[in-house]
Design a protein around this ligand. Structure first.
Ligand code: SF4
Length: 284
């Protein structure tokens, strides 16, 4: 099945509403150093479309009855391949003709190409932005469009009437935990909701992190591996520190009249449904 029940690593801390998840591509080529999905998908950076994607999706989409479909959770729906292949666009066209509500999560400004399709379906776009500093975003997500391009995309989406949320996710101490300017910038663009969470260490993302940020990794080592806690297959920061980082983010967000949600933190700080899907119009 292409449309499957969203169940992120069976996390007990997930507070997402019931939704289906759909990935047009297997793997992803944005190369984010903190990526969680790279640990469980073989040949992860070798991004490839799902087999018989459009035929299978047409068959499955015909059975939808108003469900929320989230695209994508294990890969970005706008990898570099999409520019020429246009498969995500074709998938959106199929889904727009079915009965569903859509949530699109991306780090690419290519999504603005598909605004005309998105205007025909109840949907929200969630753009991940970690910093206003392009040189830092290029280190964190080496092959994804830099932050300034994503912020311009948010502006276009909002102007076109597409409900837009932002994921400041993950927050990494000593790297991108000073988020005041970013929160202010996205609020000014008309974003309605911010989802955030702290960096969760897995063996492969920690290797990439150490290679890119050796000094910061040295400072974080004891926080994660001596004082932190193990949740499922990830290592979390100590709960007290996660609470203070997320509380600060919540306060900043709400000061700017946006709702806030945490992703898989177990901190009870949400003021809107965690993933921001509350902004997606319901079917009448
Ligand atoms: S965009 Fe998402 S799936 Fe792709 S590399 Fe980055 S974190 Fe991983």
């Amino acid at each position: 099945m292409l449309l499957t029940v969203f169940d992120p690593w069976k996390s007990q801390l997930c507070t997402c509403p019931d939704k289906l998840t759909f990935n047009p591509y297997t793997g992803c080529d944005h190369g984010c150093i903190y990526c969680y999905a790279s640990s469980y998908i073989p040949r992860f950076s070798d991004c490839r479309p799902k087999k018989n994607l459009l035929t299978r999706l047409k068959r499955e989409a015909a059975k939808l009855r108003g469900e929320l479909v989230s695209i994508s959770n294990s890969s970005d729906p706008y990898p570099r391949l999409e520019q020429n292949q246009g498969l995500t666009r074709k998938c959106l066209e199929i889904l727009a003709e079915s009965r569903c509500r859509l949530q699109i999560v991306t780090k690419s400004d290519l999504i603005t190409r598909d605004i005309d399709v998105l205007q025909n379906v109840p949907c929200a776009v969630s753009v991940t932005v970690l910093t206003t500093d392009d040189s830092l975003s290029a280190k964190l997500e080496p092959r994804a469009p830099v932050s300034s391009r994503r912020l311009k995309a948010i502006k276009k989406l909002v102007k076109a009437g597409i409900a837009t949320t932002v994921r400041i996710d993950p927050v990494i101490p000593f790297v991108n935990d000073e988020v005041g300017t970013l929160v202010e910038a996205v609020a000014e663009l008309g974003v309605l909701h911010v989802t955030s969470s702290t960096y969760k260490v897995k063996p492969d993302n920690w290797k990439r992190f150490m290679a890119m940020f050796p000094e910061e990794a040295e400072k974080l080592k004891s926080l994660y591996f001596s004082e932190g806690e193990r949740v499922g297959r990830s290592t979390y920061l100590p709960k007290k520190l996660r609470f203070s980082l997320m509380k600060k983010m919540k306060e900043l967000t709400e000061e700017h009249n946006m709702k806030f949600g945490c992703c898989r933190e177990g901190l009870n700080l949400n003021s809107g449904v965690c993933d921001g899907s509350w902004i997606i119009p319901k079917h009448t």
